[in-house]
Design a protein around this ligand. Structure first.
Ligand code: FA5
Length: 345
């Protein structure tokens, strides 16, 4: 197309660009005018037929036309984008005056319910209910609990270290709260702590990289025995499972912060596929760890001379699963509304 004709058409092109209503049409017009084989681009090829001032003037006129077209296209594109956003906003406006379809307003997660129940139980019995930080130092998580660097027990806790903060980690258990409590308050003390703990464990039906533990500690200058520990655990488990009595047994185990250390099992039976905690049960169920506080732990907390104590640590998810017949820990962290509504309160 000759330059004269192009100049004549310019007004018409700009007007029609301003009237385009879709991105697709805009792109099409852009290609027809200033695309690779567009009218204007083709006209530039004629430049080679001119020379000197003529060439200069031809080039300037064409560039001027091209830039007017580009401006019109980009203005129109912006207009279309704004229109699209305002349409979207208009269509997606929520009518908050409409009545709700489902009258369920949510409830407390079963883990929250359990934490509250356990806390209330212990508060009523005069225990301190304490929290500790989830980001801990290796002193509170390991050293003070008689697990020095290079101790093999450190390997059994697959720890998330926060490398930027030297010697800082996500606590692998709530036993650190024992240390913080005794360092700050000394003994005698009766406390529990419930909170989140973290381990680099593969997620499966019974393991989660984040889970909760319940820690208990009773320490005194007066003698405390395994008999006291057994009685406390029976009380706690009978309360938690809402049964009259629980038969428990201790199996020797090793925790560097206890001496002796043990695993706690309780009797149960299965009826119609349901798990029932009962002293008459024919099977044993593993519940958690416990033991008598190791003398080094007292020492590390600045408690000199004779001291006695017991401690226990249970996984909350495992207890909640046993009580409610939940077979997969992942259900506790899913967002299936039906499940949450069933167990929520
Ligand atoms: C401990 O963590 C000790 N601190 C418990 C303890 C406290 C012993 C006081 C003695 C005195 P253990 O590593 O066994 O022990 O973990 C305790 C419980 O946490 C386990 O019995 C289990 O119920 C739960 N648990 C451990 N790892 C996971 C996991 N990845 N997901 C869910 N629960 C877990």
């Amino acid at each position: 197309m000759a330059l004269i004709e192009i100049e004549k058409n310019l007004d018409h092109w700009v007007k029609s660009i301003m009237g385009i209503t879709s991105f697709q049409d805009l792109e099409k017009t852009k290609a027809e005018l200033i695309g690779k084989s567009g009218v204007i681009t083709s006209a530039f090829r004629l430049l080679k037929d001119f020379s000197g001032d003529e060439k200069k003037s031809f080039g300037e006129r064409l560039n001027n036309i091209k830039s007017q077209i580009e401006t019109a296209i980009s203005l129109q594109k912006k207009k279309l984008e704004e229109y699209e956003i305002s349409e979207k906003l208009r269509n997606e406006t929520l009518d908050i005056t409409l009545p709700v379809e489902n009258s369920s307003f949510g409830g407390l997660h079963i883990l929250t319910q359990s934490i509250r129940r356990i806390r209330n139980h212990y508060l009523a019995r005069g225990f301190l209910v304490l929290d500790g930080p989830e980001v801990e130092t290796d002193f509170f998580n390991f050293d003070a609990l008689n697990i020095p660097e290079h101790h093999p027990a450190r390997q059994s806790h697959d720890t998330f270290y926060l490398e930027r903060f030297n010697k800082t980690l996500l606590r692998t258990h709530t036993s650190c709260v024992q240390i913080r409590t005794m360092k700050e308050r000394g003994i005698p003390v009766r406390m529990i702590s419930i909170g989140k703990t973290y381990r680099n464990d593969q997620l499966d039906a019974t393991h989660s990289p984040m889970f909760h533990q319940i820690e208990g500690l009773v320490a005194d200058r007066k003698p405390i025995t395994i008999g006291h520990l057994k009685s406390e655990l029976k009380k706690f488990l009978a309360f938690f499972f809402e049964v009259e009595d629980v038969a428990i047994r201790f199996r020797p185990s090793f925790f560097p912060f206890t001496e002796p250390g043990m695993e706690v099992d309780c009797r149960y039976t299965k009826k119609d596929g349901k798990l029932i905690i009962t002293p008459e049960g024919d099977k044993w169920l593993e519940l958690g760890g416990a033991g008598m506080v190791h003398p080094n732990v007292f020492k590390n907390c600045g408690i000199e001379n004779e001291a006695f104590g017991f401690a226990f640590g249970f996984g909350l998810e495992r207890l909640v699963m046993l009580k409610n017949g939940i077979t997969d820990i992942r259900n506790l962290f899913d967002t299936d509304r039906r499940w949450l509504e069933y167990y929520g309160q």
